[in-house]
Design a protein around this ligand. Structure first.
Ligand code: FES
Length: 267
């Protein structure tokens, strides 16, 4: 027989915060530390506002792409400079970050991750949360999470921009075609970013949602099976693309600053 439900909350009356005796707190703690490390790195890098462009090989750090401000160093703005130089408080990434962050922050996986690790709402399955009220995502500000599908379209655009950055990074020392370690890292990074973007739940719905008969839409069905395969790995892709963005950014910074040389595989 199940435990009697509390009239106020509809939940079973169990005194203990949880009956779990495993280390349930480990995943939210690891998530908290991982996301905080990325946020701290991102803030430092954004306001450092330097060493993001290697003209010899067209390496542009992903944190600064696209570089749309008049403050961008010469050669780094592949899509013009529509925004003015607003000083050190508004470095170039500020114009793009809201869209990139908006996509990640409203992502279904990241929502689960930071609701658990930052707000403890709830911290884990079968562990009660410290908050007395729960309104889900039905009111402001969390109702804005519904904008995720629109951020998805912008994320596609950003992935296309980073693809362009990667193509032009095949620039050799003599100005012709060449491949360096940086080129390879950028290829891996943009591949992970595309995989993460295409594995989005909104993308899966866009491709295969609202269909009554898959049999009448064989192409969409085929695409839907591929997207679904990626979607099953969404958490892995969310983390691997996050780490790869930071690592490629760090690599470009080290090369641009002269701290390391870019090993060349070809030209
Ligand atoms: Fe994660 Fe869309 S659900 S990116």
């Amino acid at each position: 027989m199940s435990a009697p439900a509390s009239a106020a909350t509809g939940r079973p009356r169990i005194g203990a915060r949880t009956l779990r005796d495993d280390r349930w707190w480990l995943p939210p703690l690891a998530t908290f530390l991982g996301l905080m490390a990325f946020v701290v790195y991102g803030l430092i890098r954004t306001f450092m506002n330097a060493w993001y462009w290697v003209p010899e090989h067209n390496y542009l750090a992903p944190f600064f792409s696209p570089c749309l401000s008049a403050a961008c160093v010469p050669g780094a703005s592949h899509f013009g400079q529509p925004f003015p130089d607003l000083g050190w408080l508004v470095p170039p990434p500020i114009f793009v970050l809201p869209f990139v962050l908006g996509f990640r922050l409203t992502c279904y996986y990241y929502r689960k991750a930071y609701y658990r690790s930052f707000w403890a709402s709830p911290p884990a399955c079968a562990v009660s949360e410290p908050h007395s009220r729960y309104t889900g995502e039905t009111r402001f500000p969390l109702i804005l999470q519904n904008a995720h599908r629109y951020f998805f379209y912008v994320a596609m655009l950003v992935a296309a921009v980073l693809t362009y950055d990667t193509v032009i990074a095949f620039k050799g020392t003599d100005g012709g075609v060449g491949i360096g370690l940086g080129t390879l890292l950028m290829v891996v990074n943009v591949s992970l970013l595309w995989a993460y973007t295409l594995s989005c739940h909104s993308c899966r719905h866009l491709i295969g949602g609202r269909l009554t008969h898959f049999s009448r839409h064989p192409v969409r069905y085929w695409l839907w099976t591929k997207i679904s395969w990626l979607n099953g790995r969404h958490m892995l892709l969310a983390w691997s693309s996050l780490v790869s963005v930071a690592l490629v950014d760090l690599y470009v910074m080290l090369v641009a600053s002269g701290a390391i040389a870019d090993p060349r595989l070809f030209n």
